[in-house]
Design a binder for this molecule. Structure first.
Ligand code: G3I
Length: 358
């Protein structure tokens, strides 16, 4: 980089050329790049992996935010209707504290990963309302001051063929907490309980496959608009960004982010991965890895173009541990930033460059 410096020498103004003056070194990590842009860069994390030296070192070096992948879900936190087991989640929260990382909490109200005692318990709506209120207030209260943002509700809107309609769930209408048929009223109640438990925490609605403009993002938009108008406490929307097709059309993502941030809420990318077809050893082709890098670059650039888009988070960071291999029975994978040996992939370089460039 050439910089022209004007210097005053003995009262005489001189213009000199300085090669490399003021050169800013490339960021050494994702978190350094993100810090320069005023962004958060995060990852889902699993407590059982923290004892693996390479896992812990990469997590601490590269990210300034983490989110428990499963450890804060009902299935893990709630051994029974009376008790709470915070041991796994606490390990992650402690790790984050030791490494100056923020913690996103995930998730308080979801139709999956609920324990059998709950789903098979034949509870009445009143009983379910009591269980949910206690759960939200106890969990948010336990992490008050330690979890800066919560996915209060997750994936409440349905997929095809009921795209954009509220999903039938134990919390909404099967049998629900007493507000079945009242649209998003049950979600509103959950946001209000969470705000009571920690007035400082940011409260998010998190959703899959709502990144683009379309019926699902329209439904969420209507809910957020309504909540903001009526003072229901909601601070942000999380777009998961699980990309399973390298030809996915993400061209309207930026417009979607723009309309949400215009409502005064933050947007965060909460669960990004870009899964690829893999061979029997779990390897993807070099061409696909480059296309994957482009996808990460495009998504990050779109987020960074909006002041209100405040975080980019991936769903895990090493291909060694990812839900994709498990879900696709080994036919897909390699969706993350580091390979199975913690070597950074082209996607890592793309994200680091893009994050550092704002
Ligand atoms: O890895 C074990 C495997 O060894 C074992 O044989 C198998 C037996 O069931 O289980 C495997 O663990 C599974 C794990 O995913 C692997 O990643 C668990 O059973 C399974 O419950 C767990 O699923 C979690 C999933 O949510 C449940 O729907 C994933 O960990 C988690 O990444 C995933 O996360 C969700 C977000 O919370 C919400 N958005 C979508 C996202 C991806 O589905």
């Amino acid at each position: 980089m050439h910089r022209t410096l004007k210097v005053q020498m003995m009262g005489v103004g001189l213009t000199v050329f300085c090669l490399g003056c003021g050169m800013v070194p490339s960021p050494a990590s994702l978190r350094e790049a993100a810090q320069r842009s005023g962004m958060l860069v995060g990852t889902a994390a699993r407590p059982e992996q923290l004892t693996e030296a390479a896992y812990a070192a990469t997590l601490a070096r590269e990210f300034n935010m983490l989110e428990p992948e499963d450890a804060m879900k009902w299935e893990v936190l709630r051994p029974d209707s009376q008790s709470f087991d915070f041991s796994q989640a606490d390990r992650l929260v402690d790790f984050a504290g030791q490494h100056s990382m923020k913690v996103r909490g995930h998730t308080l109200v979801w139709h999956q990963q609920n324990p059998p005692w709950l789903t098979q318990g034949q509870f009445t709506p009143d009983q379910l309302a009591g269980l949910l209120e206690t759960h939200i207030k106890t969990v948010v209260g336990h992490y008050r001051g330690k979890v800066f943002a919560w996915d209060v509700a997750n994936e409440a809107f349905d997929e095809q063929p009921r795209l954009g309609q509220l999903r039938d769930t134990i919390w909404y209408n099967r049998p629900g907490i007493g507000l079945a048929g009242n649209g998003t009223a049950y979600l509103e109640r959950c946001f209000r309980w969470a705000r009571e438990a920690d007035p400082q925490a940011l409260l998010f609605y998190n959703e899959a496959e709502a990144e683009a403009l379309g019926p699902k993002s329209d439904a969420i938009y209507a809910m957020v608009q309504d909540f903001r108008k009526r003072g229901v406490p909601i601070d942000g929307v999380g777009f998961e960004m699980h990309i399973g097709n390298l030809h996915s059309d993400i061209s309207s993502f930026s417009a979607n982010v723009g309309r949400f941030t215009a409502l005064g809420v933050q947007v965060q990318i909460t669960e990004m991965d870009v899964s690829l077809p893999v061979d029997a050893h779990g390897n993807a082709s070099a061409e696909d890895l480059q296309r994957q890098a482009d996808m990460y670059r495009q998504v990050a650039a779109a987020c960074l173009s909006h002041r209100g888009c405040t975080a980019i988070q991936t769903w895990g960071f090493t291909d060694k541990y990812s839900w994709i291999g498990w879900q696709s029975k080994g036919t897909r994978g390699a969706g993350l930033l580091f390979d199975r040996n913690y070597v950074p992939k082209p996607a890592y370089q793309a994200l680091r460059e893009t994050l550092g460039a704002r």
